[in-house]
Design a binder for this molecule. Structure first.
Ligand code: 5GP
Ligand code: ZN
Length: 110
């Protein structure tokens, strides 16, 4: 399958890994929208969050929780975003969650 994130997970395209377990891989976004910007992806290919079994979503979120607690992002705060299809701004059609933080984020009322 011609999927950029599958190639990143397979190590065919380099990435800056920040977290990995048997189900989840996470790496720095190439074009960061905040001081800290990571992408958490499932090692199994699915198109977007609506097409992903809830158990897999929970696996991804488990990774996010572990990472943000370990890296001390939790106390200062962070944001999780997942884009779905065109209006959502999804450009890579492999389910992923953006984790943003490291500075005061704007938008959503702030
Ligand atoms: P989406 O727009 O689908 O929600 O998010 C895709 C994200 O993947 C974007 O934030 C974009 O910067 C990031 N991205 C695209 N290509 C690459 C790449 O080759 N390497 C990395 N690390 N991130 C990428
Ligand atoms: Zn994929």
């Amino acid at each position: 399958m011609d999927c950029l994130f599958c190639k990143i997970i397979a190590g065919e395209i380099p990435s800056k890994k920040v977290f990995e377990n048997d189900k989840v891989y996470a790496f720095e976004d190439i074009s960061p929208m905040a001081k800290d910007h990571y992408l958490f992806v499932s090692k199994t290919h699915t198109k977007n969050v609506n097409e992903t079994p809830t158990e897999l979503i929970s696996d991804i979120y488990f990774g996010i929780k572990e990472f943000t607690q370990d890296k001390n992002l939790e106390s200062s705060g962070f944001r999780v975003v997942t884009n779905v299809n065109q209006h959502g701004g999804q450009t890579i059609f492999h389910t992923h969650f953006h984790v943003l933080g490291g500075e005061q984020l704007k938008g959503f009322g702030s």
